[in-house]
Write a protein that binds this ligand. Structure first.
Ligand code: RB5
Length: 146
C-alpha cells in the first residue's frame, strides 16, 4: 500500500506521528508538506493529495489540519474520493469496513497524537467488507459519475 500524507500548519505534529507509525508498520508513504512555520491554505494540500489518490498513483491519503474539516471538505470535491473525518477508533474501523474510505482526515486541535496514531493504525489495517456496503458505495459513485 502506498499512502500520500499532508497537513497544513495546524496538523504538523500529528503528521509526524503518523509518519513514524507508517515507518513501524512498514507502509510506504510520501509526505506532501507543508514545510511551513507560518499559516498556509489547506486546499493547497488537500486537493493535490486527493488527486493523487483518485488517479491511482497512491492507494490511500491522510490529511491533517486544525479541525480536519477543511481538509475533508476539499478532498471530497475530487471525483472518486471518499474522505472520512475521524476522531474516534470505532469510526476509523467502520469507515474502512463500510464506506471503503480512501482518505482519512483528522484535526490536531481536536485530538492528541496518541489517539490519532490509534485511529490511523486501525484505518490503515482494516479491509472493506464489500457485500451490501458495496451496493451503497456504488450508489454514491453512480451519483458522482452521472
Ligand atoms: C487553520 O487555522 C484552520 O482553519 C485549518 O487548520 C483547519 O482547521 C480548517 O478546517
Amino acid at each position: 500500500m502506498k499512502v500520500a500524507i499532508a497537513s497544513d500548519h495546524g496538523g504538523i505534529n500529528i503528521r509526524e506521528e503518523i509518519k513514524s507509525l507508517m515507518d513501524e508498520m512498514g507502509i510506504q508513504y510520501e509526505d506532501f508538506g507543508c514545510e511551513c512555520d507560518t499559516s498556509v491554505d489547506y486546499p493547497d494540500y488537500a486537493l493535490p493529495v486527493a488527486e493523487k489518490v483518485a488517479s491511482g498513483e497512491f492507494d490511500r491519503g491522510i490529511l491533517i489540519c486544525g479541525t480536519g474539516i477543511g481538509m475533508s471538505i476539499a478532498a471530497n470535491k475530487v471525483k472518486g474520493i471518499r474522505c472520512a473525518l475521524v476522531h474516534d477508533t470505532f469510526s476509523a474501523k467502520a469507515t474502512r469496513a463500510h464506506n471503503d474510505s480512501n482518505m482519512l482526515a483528522m484535526g490536531e486541535r481536536v485530538i492528541g497524537p496518541g489517539l490519532a496514531r490509534e485511529i490511523a493504525s486501525i484505518w490503515l489495517g482494516t479491509d472493506f467488507e464489500g457485500g451490501r456496503h458495496e451496493t451503497r458505495v456504488g450508489k454514491v459513485s453512480a451519483y458522482e459519475n452521472k
